[in-house]
Write a protein that binds this ligand. Structure first.
Ligand code: FES
Length: 115
């Protein structure tokens, strides 16, 4: 399947720590991803929990723990590291989110997706 780079938002539009959901067309349908900004580092993942495949966020753009230091699944509370998506606690401990290539260029957050 072909890959393409999409612009999700500007870096200024994400808090640090913070996250932002985005939607993209895979050619077969719609898929959802999210970007996370933590300590100036931006990463991107598919919005699908390894536990059941459910969306992780517990509200619009709400992907992080209260402290903002980890990603938390709103369904059963799995905890993931923001820099690599590794699950450190919860029902899918040891598994990981699907990472998407992400870079910041000219103040824009760009993510490579399939489709
Ligand atoms: S669906 Fe994410 S922890 Fe169960």
């Amino acid at each position: 399947m072909a890959e393409r780079e999409i612009t999700v938002c500007t870096l200024a539009e994400i808090a640090d720590p913070g996250a932002k959901e985005f939607e993209y067309d895979t050619g077969d349908g719609r898929e959802y991803g999210f970007v996370v900004c933590r300590d100036g580092q931006v990463t991107a993942f598919v919005n699908s929990c390894p536990h059941t495949g459910a969306s992780l966020n517990w509200g619009p753009d709400r992907f992080l723990t209260k402290a903002g230091d980890m990603i938390m699944c709103g369904v059963h509370g799995a905890i993931f590291r923001p820099h690599d998506g590794h699950c450190t606690q919860g029902p899918c401990e040891g598994q990981a989110l699907t990472a998407l290539p992400c870079r910041v260029t000219d103040g824009e957050v760009r993510v490579t997706v399939e489709g």
